[in-house]
Ligand binder design. Structure first.
Ligand code: F6P
Length: 367
């Protein structure tokens, strides 16, 4: 088992714990295998344009607790369909994948560690099929990746959202208001559901269960009659009304990424509630605060375990795989089994039953 030189990139939206992974990969490769470590900057852009940074135990020594990624990242850089605006403001799409392959060969890497979510790992799988040895490392606050119990970054996001709810409770209770907290998660309701439960939300709306406004209004009125004139609503950015569509921002950046940016359902819902109940309603959009800052202890340990396991997998030449948490173990899952799957909250998930059992309304008739 040997390794000479390995590469690592972080792709897609950042999250807390990425630096823990970079540190673990670097230290394991150097300490256990005497290998060199090359960081590719800004996701696959680093591979396309040959932008690198040599990683050492010295320049990764203080990054365990640091949010973000010292390598930089982008969620625009798909080498197979690289999108740019031209001078006329039109989107131009080019295939730069052979340029990326050339860089990989020129750097004489034994393996590329690709740290990313669904989209980034799908790209990793395609490169693997083209002959580039890759090992994937799952990352996303959304926790929507198939094959792993948890992605690192998720727990930190849940903690941040839970802290926000704790604060909204005190101000909401003082003013007798309906307080709405909109959180990220794209098409998966994991953050909203788990943070909503942890933070004692009275109503939790997730993309997997389209909401009916009548049930939300009934729950708020029920609380009002019971002497609690304030309510806390946790809403996932991807939540939608029955028969309705997700609220998107329609931004130029979204068009460039080829992925619509979600956001705004918290304000939409506030207007809907105001039209039905004479209570003051306020919306807080937590946004990227969920992605930044210090990772929780859980995410630091998970990131470290995944980083070490990825280097060991590369030394055993187990390429085309992703390291994953199958509690209590770290296992290898073929990248081919994950492609294109978004792991949303199953409708019969125990978290859903738990929430409804304790009286949390999920925007539907209580079962
Ligand atoms: O996938 C992670 C995520 O934070 C989603 O929850 C969110 O919808 C999206 O990224 C936001 O992306 P951007 O950073 O491009 O606004």
């Amino acid at each position: 088992m040997s390794l000479r030189r390995v590469g690592i990139l972080t792709g897609g939206g950042d999250c807390s714990g990425l630096n823990a992974v970079i540190r673990a990969v670097t230290r394991t490769a150097i300490i256990q295998y005497k290998a060199e470590v090359v960081g590719l900057e800004n996701g696959f852009d680093g591979l396309i344009f040959g932008r690198t940074l040599t990683l050492t135990t010295a320049n990764t020594k203080d990054i365990l607790t640091l949010g973000g990624t010292i390598l930089g990242t982008t969620n625009k850089g798909n080498p197979f369909a690289y999108r740019e605006f031209n001078d006329q403001g039109e989107i131009v799409i080019r295939d730069l994948s052979s340029q990326a392959m050339d860089t990989f060969r020129r750097l004489e890497l034994d393996c590329l560690f690709v740290v990313g979510g669904e989209g980034t790992l799908e790209l990793a799988h395609t490169f693997q099929q083209m002959g580039m040895p890759v090992v994937g490392i799952p990352k996303t606050i959304d926790n929507d990746l198939e094959g792993t119990d948890y992605t690192f970054g998720y727990q930190t996001a849940v903690q941040v959202a839970c802290d926000a709810l704790d604060r909204l409770h005190t101000t909401g209770r003082s003013h007798d208001r309906v307080m709405i907290l909109e959180v990220m998660g794209r098409n998966a309701g994991w953050i909203a559901l788990e943070a909503g439960l942890a933070g004692g939300a009275h109503i939790i709306l997730i993309p997997e269960i389209s909401y009916n406004l009548d049930h939300i209004v009934t729950k708020i009125q029920h609380r009002l009659r019971g002497g609690s004139p304030y309510s806390i609503i946790m809403v996932a950015e991807g939540a939608r009304e029955q028969g309705g569509a997700c609220i998107t921002q329609g931004s130029a950046e979204g068009r460039l990424q080829g992925v619509e940016q979600l956001g705004g359902v918290g304000f939409y819902l506030a207007n809907q509630i105001r039209a039905r109940i004479p209570l003051e309603v306020r919306t807080t959009v937590l946004g990227h605060i969920q992605r930044g800052g210090t990772p929780t202890a859980f995410d630091r340990v998970l990131g470290t375990r995944l980083g070490v396991a990825a280097v060991d997998a590369a030394a055993r030449k187990e390429f085309g795989t992703m390291v994953a948490l199958k509690t209590p173990d770290i296992v290898l899952v073929p990248l081919a089994e994950l492609a294109g799957i978004c792991r949303t909250v199953p409708i019969d998930h125990q978290l859903i039953r738990t929430a409804e059992s304790i009286g949390v309304n999920l925007g539907r008739e209580v079962m």
